[in-house]
Design a protein around this ligand. Structure first.
Ligand SMILES: Nc1ncnc2c1ncn2[C@@H]1O[C@H](COP(=O)(O)OP(=O)(O)OP(=O)(O)O)[C@@H](O)[C@H]1O
Length: 306
């Protein structure tokens, strides 16, 4: 568990992070979202002490991080940034091995870990192990950056706009991969973005920042249906609210007994996908693969606050 208590950072007399408190449960994915300059990156960097807090505390599993040497703390916390930040003159394998080498892992264990991570990120180890960063596509480099951050099996992974530079298709794939890997490894993850849809798609909880302050910290459905401030409502985008709500649940959550015409939709598709399919094919109900149906009426009811 990560506890952030009254964290503040002042630059030139101005608080850019201002008395922020929040708790992130073990294995949860929290997203920090807000406009440019709202203090997201500064808050994230105070967690691994790349930025020293002016006041306040960060506790990781009950231990105040101020009591640990900063370089040791950073070896325990994975950190991935936009544009991946790979060392340009080191191979993919050497990049991924950075923290395990600092920790003095034996060679065989490092090699095995590198191959395991490459495979996990669907990069064939034999092909990619010895490539240089400039020989990778943007999406591949981004995956290597995340693999490097995960190499020493950190309990906590911090990610700053990790998907910012990716095109929309690769971005969606990278987001899905990250979610799957995070669930598989049970890593606690804090991710910064200014994309509200990314926050809704990925976050167990979303922290909305504005002017250094935390305006709201809650589950995506509550942020969408009960925004705590006008700024939060504006950030969500009022016209997108029903569609974002539908993207939170899957067809499997809403399936009911019955029969319907036409091709079936997979249970793991989102309700947003189901609505699009209904509209596109002019149907008022869709069969669900494996049994049952999802109806347009039920979708409509889910797209409204309760
Ligand atoms: N080292 C510094 N010295 C002075 N001011 C700083 C420093 N680092 C950040 N700031 C200021 O703190 C504020 C918050 O910056 P921060 O990078 O945390 O915002 P952000 O929400 O991550 O923005 P973005 O989405 O643009 O990355 C900004 O106004 C920035 O100019």
């Amino acid at each position: 568990m990560i506890e952030i208590r009254h964290l503040t950072r002042v630059y030139d007399g101005v608080p850019v992070v201002n008395d922020v408190s929040l708790t992130i449960g073990t294995g949860e994915l929290a997203v920090l979202v807000g406009t440019s300059g709202s203090g997201k990156t500064t808050l994230l960097r105070m967690i691994n002490r790349l930025v020293q807090p002016t006041s306040g505390q960060v506790l990781v599993e009950g231990v105040d991080t101020a009591t640990l040497p900063a370089h040791l703390l950073r070896r325990r916390i994975g950190y991935a940034i936009q544009g991946h930040g790979l060392f340009p003159h080191r191979t993919v394998a050497q990049n991924i091995a950075t923290v395990p080498r600092l920790l003095g892992w034996p060679r065989a264990r490092i090699d095995a870990r590198v191959d395991e991570l490459l495979a996990l990120f669907q990069l064939d180890p034999a092909t990619f192990r010895n490539r240089m960063p400039h020989q990778l596509s943007g999406g591949q480099a981004q995956r290597v950056g995340v693999a490097r951050a995960l190499a020493a099996k950190p309990d906590l992974l911090l990610m700053d706009e990790p998907f910012g530079a990716l095109d929309p298709l690769i971005r969606a794939k990278a987001q899905a991969d990250l979610r799957a890997i995070q669930q598989k490894l049970g890593t606690t993850l804090i991710l910064v973005t200014h994309d509200m849809q990314e926050a809704v798609d990925l976050g167990d909880r979303i922290a909305v920042m504005d002017g250094g302050r935390l305006l709201q910290y809650d589950h995506p459905a509550r942020i969408l249906t009960q925004p705590a401030a006008p700024f939060v409502r504006d950030l969500i985008g009022a016209t997108d609210r029903p569609l974002r709500l539908l993207s939170l649940k899957t067809v499997g959550d809403l399936a009911q007994p019955g029969d319907a015409e036409g091709p079936a939709i997979p249970p793991e598709a989102t309700l947003h996908d189901a609505l699009a399919e209904c509209l596109w094919t002019g149907r008022t109900a869709l069969p669900v693969q494996g049994g049952g149906i999802v109806t347009l009426d039920a979708l409509r009811a889910e797209a409204r606050p309760r």
